[in-house]
Design a protein around this ligand. Structure first.
Ligand SMILES: *Cc1c(COP(=O)(O)O)cnc(C)c1O
Length: 488
């Protein structure tokens, strides 16, 4: 029987011969545990394989505990509980909802943009049943998966043509590989960006087969620097939006119009990696201005690449939009097949782009924009309600109060702009060292909630920025489960 496969056997080699443990010898075996409750009940619900694996894991853990603590005993009741928990753990999904109170609105590590309800419905529908992904319903024959998105992107941005891939890094890779394989591409030294560690423009360029021609200096690049490399006959000029940093002080960069003119006078395309890629003026939402895709085109860009899940507020995707002849060349690249979107993402992006046809309502319909545009008095109201509830749940050694703070847009948009917001601030007693470890314990306790709450530690406090707390009840109803013990 399965129970007698080697992995099920007692880990005798872990038993040191000079310290025999009677508790270890007394541990029930797999066979016995499988024939009593709760295993029997669990088998009825989840099937034998799953429960057997959990029993083996629990027995391994128990053996480890008893081997390193020979004086301990583990009650059979305790083993049953462990089996129960192990089955639940094994069946729990690894990816789970969390509450983002970090103050970073579009947080890459927390999945960037939460999607609009219409997009979620569209994703579920596309996941549940067959869809006309690559099927032309009128002609009754094979269609094109870009067809669901291309027209909408063009209408929104003013581009002639567009294609969509897995993310913006893929979009940049595909553009460069399609248009600049084995050829030079000048980029200003001030724009050789690294985003989140894994996207480094020089590395992506190398992988795409393009040869980086560095232009200018870190802080200053002039048009004449670009003019001087034109003799190299570059394939295109790439401008990267310096999305997660700002070069300040004695600086100079070349205006997009001037670069576009230079490129066009040499008959080469001007491409802009915009990164965040907003298609509406954020000033309409009371936010600082971020360059839009439309502006890039009116400044003379031939191609623009941008993310679907940053300021657009959609699913992870990379959009390439611009001149038809260039997009056609990109579409013919076999590499595009390896970077293409799946039907569920297409469904989501289709739904999000549809919302942009009613721009007046974007601050209600697109959650990322809603969070960014939320008025401070509204955030403050949430902060007060949460602070009151937290204060009554907290032990006397934890101080809870509301405090002004600053949120960030995140994902590299407007890196130097801070959005005034309101937080619940928790402070603990003790000197710097003791309070530091208590704050970390507090932060861990919030992360251990059924729906983990992610805040941030800074300035001697644990901060919960209320900007993105759409539904305060999701936090409040968990408070009884919060374990304050390590923080007091
Ligand atoms: C974010 C960003 C990228 C990478 O986009 P992903 O969608 O995360 O792959 C590339 N370039 C710039 C300028 C960016 O801001």
């Amino acid at each position: 029987m399965n129970e007698h496969t080697p992995q099920a056997g007692p880990a005798l080699d872990k038993l040191s011969p000079d310290r025999p443990s009677s508790a270890l010898a007394a541990l029930p075996g797999v066979d016995r545990l499988m024939t009593v409750d709760p295993a029997l009940d669990l088998v009825a619900i989840h099937g034998r394989t799953c429960v057997l694996n959990a029993v083996r894991t629990v027995l391994d853990t128990c053996r480890d505990i008893l081997t390193s603590n020979p004086d301990r005993a583990i009650a059979e009741e305790d083993i049953y509980q462990r089996i129960d928990r192990q089955v639940a753990d094994d069946l729990a999904h690894s990816l789970k909802p969390v509450i983002n109170l970090t103050g970073t609105v579009i947080h890459t590590n927390l999945g960037r943009s939460p999607l609009p309800e219409s997009a979620i419905d569209a994703m579920a529908a596309a996941a549940r049943q067959p869809v006309n992904l690559e099927y032309d319903l009128v002609a009754g024959k094979r269609g094109d998966r870009d067809s669901h998105l291309e027209d909408r992107i063009c209408r929104l941005t003013g581009a002639e043509a567009a294609t969509v891939v897995n993310n913006n890094a893929a979009a940049v890779l595909l553009v460069l590989n399609s248009l600049a394989n084995r050829r030079g591409v000048p980029v200003s030294r001030g724009e050789l960006v690294e985003i989140g560690g894994s996207f480094r423009l020089p590395d992506i360029m190398r992988r795409a087969g393009a040869r980086l021609i560095e232009v200018g200096t870190t802080n200053r690049t002039h048009l004449k620097d670009f003019e001087s490399v034109m003799a190299d006959r570059p394939a295109l000029v790439l401008k990267a939006h310096t999305s997660n940093y700002a070069v300040v002080g004695f600086t100079a960069s070349v205006a997009e119009q001037a670069l576009a003119e230079l490129c066009h006078s040499h008959g080469i395309p001007f491409c802009i990696d915009l990164g965040s890629g907003t298609v509406v003026d954020l000033q309409k939402f009371g936010l600082p201005h971020e360059p839009t895709v439309q502006e890039a085109f009116s400044n003379g860009a031939d191609l623009v690449t941008f993310s679907g899940d940053k300021l657009l507020g959609g699913p992870q995707a990379g959009i390439v939009a611009g001149r038809r002849d260039l997009v056609e060349r990109i579409k013919r690249n076999p590499m595009r097949r390896a970077l293409r979107l799946d039907k569920v993402t297409i469904a989501a992006l289709d739904a999000v782009l549809t919302l942009y046809q009613t721009p007046e309502r974007l601050a209600e319909t697109v959650p990322s924009l809603r969070n960014l545009a939320r008025p401070v008095p509204e955030i403050e109201e949430t902060a007060k309600a949460v602070a009151t509830a937290l204060a009554s749940a907290a032990p006397s050694s934890v101080r809870v109060e509301t405090a002004p703070c600053f949120s960030q847009i995140g994902s590299g948009a407007l890196p130097t702009e801070a959005l005034p917001s309101m937080a619940v601030r928790l402070t603990v007693e003790g000197g710097k060292k003791a309070s530091g470890s208590r704050l970390r314990a507090l932060s861990a306790a919030f992360r251990a909630l059924p729906v983990p709450v992610i805040g941030r530690i800074g300035e001697g406090a644990f901060w919960l920025d209320m900007r993105c707390l759409d539904d305060p009840d999701s936090l409040l109803e968990q408070l009884v489960r919060l374990d304050w013990s390590e923080a007091t």
